[in-house]
Every structure is written in structure tokens, then in C-alpha cells.
Design a protein around this ligand. Structure first.
Ligand code: UVW
Length: 321
């Protein structure tokens, strides 16, 4: 090894003293920190609906401009199976009364658009969320799949933290990092507060570059985002954050500039604390509206699709003011 090649620590070592919530909600838990969102959190969040404004946060699947995906994943392919041309030929199906219809299907990575990650989506050291054996993922997630999250739904107070606007930028740059202290400062600058059990919705507008740069977007791929520190993990733990939503593909700085490890927070927050991650959200309309009316908190409602044993699932979250 030369002086210029840095030894990258194993997650097992980097996070050896990091807190976990394993066992906190029982040995069979599969939804982790979503347990923080009970009836009182839902009712408090409903009170934020004062203007009747509705924002859907999903990106278009099959966007003619392209679908941003993690390297190695492919965008969804939609195939038309039936359409009016189906009835042109002599072998066309016949239905009493002359019914015609259109059918189509998609072949898609479940993490290939706006999505919830299952708590068992990532791991290290042979264990997933709650200490389940990583071998329970083989052939489909027997434990901590997206199914229980989808069954439960996610409803609470969402807070938009517009990091791009806070830094006076159109969008954050590749590899740009921020901390929990920056989130708090951003909230303060917006005239809002982050309360315990809030769903954090963080805007970087980084995917703007995906649409502008085309394939070059993936050169030296390193998204901007939150960066690991023990203090940040403790803050998420103390604030009892149930869900982190961002507009990037993977919710955190891709490669931690301090240690060279990939997706540290997927592990420190999701695997260890059971915080659900929601990625590739489209926050542009919501952010413009928040900047205009000064209301950065809202009722956040999300119900990912119920897919058996899946590691994630598409979702169209809704923010209501
Ligand atoms: C990976 O876990 C690789 O990516 P994501 O969480 O974005 O699906």
C-alpha cells in the first residue's frame, strides 16, 4: 500500500460503539423508529393542515427525461401489452358488448424511483435490523422487509429542510456534506423548528444535475448529503427521528470523505436505529411553496406498496398544508 492509499475501516469497526435500537420494540419488530409515530403524532400533524394545499412527492416513473437510479440499477421499463391495435387483427379477444382495453406492465427495480427502503435493505457484519441474521434475506427478506412498513403506513409532522436554499445555491454540489447542526441552523433560518419525532424532508436539488448532465452525472458518482459522526447519530437517536426523506438517490453523502466508507448512515441510522429512509423524492413544488408562504411543516402521509418480502417499494408521499 502506498502513502496515498487510505485504509478504509470496516463498518463493524467504525460503528463498534454506535447506538442501536435493537430489541427496543421487541424481538419481532420490523418497523423500527416508525414506532415513534403513534396516534398523538398523527393528530398533532393533522393540525398543520390549514390551507388545503396538497403536494405529491414522487418522481415520474418512466420519465422521458430519464429516471435517476443508483449505479448498477436500470430505470423501469414499461411495456404496452394491450391497446387499440390489439383489436386490429382477426385473433383479437372478443368480449360481449365490444369491450376493448389497454394493459401494460413494468419491469422495475423497487428502489428505482421514489421509494421506501425496507429496514433489512442494508447491513454489515452478518446482521440486519433488530439483530436478525442477514441470511434471512436470501431469496427474499423473511425479516424486516418493506411489507410491515407498507402495512403500517407513515403519518406524522414533516419538516422541509431546504439545504440548497439555506446555502444560497440552486443545488448542492457532488460530495457536499452537511451535519445535524446544519439541519438545525437551516430550520432556524427558515423560522421553523425541528421537534422530536419529526419526519425530516431534506432538499438538495442535486438531481437537477442528472437532467442537465446526462450520463456524465455518474462520473465519479458521489452525491451530497448528511455525513456520519457519532454526534449526528446520537442526535437522530435523541430526537427520535422516525423517517429521513431526501431528494437524492441514496440520502447521504455516497462516500464519507472522513473515512472513505460508502453509505455509513444507511447502516448507522437504518440498520442500527431502525430509521426508515425515503429516497429520490421530488421536493421542488413543495420547496417553492414553503419559501413563498413560510410554512415549512406539514402533514406527511406515505404508504409504500405492499410487496411480499421486498427490500423496498415505490411510494408517492403526500405533504398537506
Ligand atoms: C443502496 O442501498 C445501494 O441504495 P439505496 O438505499 O439508494 O436504495
Amino acid at each position: 500500500m502506498t502513502d496515498t492509499v487510505r485504509a478504509v475501516p470496516a463498518l463493524d469497526d467504525l460503528l463498534s460503539d454506535a447506538p442501536t435500537n435493537w430489541g427496543r420494540w421487541g424481538p419481532d419488530d420490523e418497523v423500527g423508529s416508525l414506532n415513534y409515530l403513534g396516534p398523538s403524532e398523527v393528530l398533532n400533524a393533522v393540525r398543520l393542515v390549514r390551507q388545503g394545499k396538497v403536494f405529491t412527492l414522487q418522481r415520474l416513473i418512466g420519465d422521458p427525461a430519464g429516471d435517476p437510479v443508483w449505479p448498477g440499477r436500470a430505470p423501469a421499463q414499461r411495456t404496452q401489452i394491450l391497446d387499440e391495435a390489439t383489436w386490429d387483427g382477426p385473433d383479437a379477444p372478443q368480449y360481449p358488448g365490444g369491450l376493448h382495453y389497454a394493459d401494460d406492465k413494468i419491469d422495475a427495480f423497487l428502489q428505482g424511483s421514489t421509494q421506501y427502503d425496507a429496514l433489512g435493505h442494508v447491513w454489515y457484519g452478518g446482521k440486519i435490523w433488530n439483530g436478525y441474521d442477514a441470511r434471512t434475506t436470501i431469496g427474499g427478506l423473511d425479516k424486516a422487509s418493506v411489507e410491515p412498513i407498507a402495512q403500517r403506513g407513515v403519518v406524522g409532522r414533516g419538516v422541509l429542510l431546504d439545504m440548497a436554499r439555506f446555502r444560497n445555491k440552486d443545488c448542492l454540489g457532488a460530495g457536499e456534506t452537511f451535519t445535524h447542526e446544519d439541519l438545525v441552523a437551516c430550520a432556524e433560518a427558515q423560522g421553523t423548528t425541528i421537534a422530536k419525532r419529526d419526519i425530516l424532508v431534506v432538499r438538495t436539488n442535486y438531481l437537477k444535475l442528472f437532467y442537465e448532465l446526462g450520463d456524465k452525472f455518474y462520473d465519479g458518482f458521489c452525491e451530497p448529503g448528511l455525513v456520519y459522526s457519532p454526534e449526528l447519530v446520537r442526535w437522530f437517536q435523541e430526537m427520535e427521528i422516525p423517517n429521513l426523506v431526501t431528494d437524492t438517490i441514496a440520502n447521504e453523502v455516497t462516500t464519507d470523505p472522513n473515512n472513505g466508507v460508502a453509505l455509513v448512515l444507511h447502516n448507522a441510522l437504518m440498520r442500527n436505529l431502525g430509521i426508515t429512509l425515503t429516497e429520490i423524492a421530488d421536493l421542488e413544488r413543495l420547496a417553492a411553496d414553503c419559501a413563498e408562504d413560510g410554512q415549512h411543516d406539514f402533514l406527511y402521509v406515505a404508504a409504500p406498496l405492499k410487496v411480499h418480502k421486498a427490500s423496498g417499494s415505490p411510494v408517492n408521499p403526500v405533504a398537506i398544508k
